[in-house]
Design a protein around this ligand. Structure first.
Ligand code: NI
Length: 191
């Protein structure tokens, strides 16, 4: 099932998400739907708050942004459940980020090169694992979502001021987008 993606301005995107019940029988279907929703929107990551669920759950497919010709990084397609950040380390680097909840805007965000996470996989196994490269970048962006943080929150205040009008327009549904979205200003859904 393809969910509409919640647009900038919806309070669910500002909430710190809660753990899911690992024994919830609907969890596998939900994860499958999240992968489907991400793919439909040509995204590389999708966090549960972006479909209106304040849960500590996200899916990624970093293969989609790794240039196989110039990079030997191996991408991953995976669901991360009940995720907790252990630490971030390594030199900060800038990358132009976008977000399915904030269409038609992208800005450079600087983040440390490596992130260490604790999470459960879809089989219910717990992991503690380090990620780097573009996979880390996608994870850091999605992890922010379950902490109620958007990439625009990382921008300098001048940049934020310059984007304010565009962001207000997005929150009202005044934007052009190729996938279904849900806008907080009147819960309008348009394609
Ligand atoms: Ni995002």
């Amino acid at each position: 099932m393809i969910y509409p993606i919640v647009a900038y301005g919806d309070p669910v995107l500002k909430q710190v998400a809660k753990d899911v019940d690992l024994n919830d029988p609907n969890l596998p279907d939900l994860i499958e739907s999240m992968f489907e929703t991400m793919k439909n929107a040509s995204g590389v990551g999708l966090a549960a708050p972006q479909i209106g669920l304040s849960k500590r759950l996200f899916v990624i497919d970093s293969n989609l942004i790794i240039d196989k010709e110039t990079s030997d990084e191996k991408g991953i397609k995976r669901a991360f459940i009940n995720v907790q950040k252990v630490e971030e380390f390594g030199e900060k680097w800038g990358y132009n980020e976008g977000c399915l909840s904030i269409p038609n805007i992208s800005e450079e965000v600087k983040r440390p090169s490596t992130i260490r996470l604790k999470y459960f996989d879809i089989e219910g196994n717990e992991h503690e694992e380090d990620f780097s490269g573009l996979t880390a970048r996608v994870i850091q962006h999605e992890y922010d979502h379950i902490e109620g943080i958007l990439f625009t929150d990382h921008l300098k205040s001048l940049k934020k001021k310059l984007l304010k009008r565009k962001l207000t327009k997005i929150s009202k549904g005044d934007t052009s987008v190729a996938y279904r979205m849900k806008f907080s200003g009147g819960s309008l859904i348009k394609k």
